[in-house]
Design a protein. Structure first.
Length: 203
């Protein structure tokens, strides 16, 4: 061992230099390993953040899709309900109209046999029979209302069928829903005038 203050030998200086180089090399390797670890950690964190963002986006999309589907389902149910109400109301009024038509037809036929002509509204008024006058007025009201609503109700029937039937293919070929009313009936059945044209043109 060299004494303090004495000059080191060449061999000793070489050993010291090798040891110093080894420490520097180890230090560089340690720094490189640490840098690589930090880079991997950053990449892992970025991938995790990206995965989290994608998961959140998918969850939001799923919720929105569900809400839209629920809204469409509610809207469809509301449309079916509205169409059903209209069709049911129309059917009820059509039934009442046909009942009045049948009741008034009996009186009209009797009048025609006795007078040789079909009755007018003035003839109905001249009877002074309350139920007959009221029935005729209700008959005219219903008939005018049904005729006016027929174009719309056909659309509602079509919508209702489209929403409730499984498939249009199940409808027999050539089948068509039709609503018809008496042709040739006086359009002025409001009681004005005394036209000889019969207001009871039943067939």
């Amino acid at each position: 061992m060299a004494r303090v203050g004495s000059r080191r030998s060449v061999e000793s200086r070489k050993k010291i230099a090798r040891a110093q180089r080894e420490r520097w090399r180890n230090a560089r390797l340690a720094d490189a390993a640490a840098a690589e670890a930090r880079a991997e950690g950053a990449n892992d964190g970025g991938a995790f953040a990206k995965e989290t963002t994608e998961s959140a986006s998918k969850a939001r999309t799923a919720r929105m899709t569900k809400l839209i589907a629920m809204k469409k389902s509610n809207t469809r149910a509301e449309k079916i309900a509205a169409s059903s109400v209209k069709v049911n109301q129309f059917s009820y009024e059509l039934s009442a109209y046909n009942k009045l038509k049948s009741e008034l037809a009996s009186w009209s036929e009797g009048f025609e046999k006795a007078k040789g002509r079909k009755p007018t509204f003035k003839d109905v008024q001249n009877t002074r029979i309350p139920w007959l006058i009221d029935s005729f007025q209700e008959y005219v009201r219903l008939r005018n209302k049904l005729i006016a609503e027929t174009p719309n109700i056909r659309g509602d029937v079509g919508k209702l069928a489209k929403q409730t039937l499984p498939s249009p293919r199940s409808v027999p070929s050539g089948g068509e829903f039709r609503l018809s009313f008496d042709e040739g009936e006086d359009e002025n059945d409001d009681g004005e005038g005394s036209s000889p044209f019969s207001i009871f043109n039943f067939r």
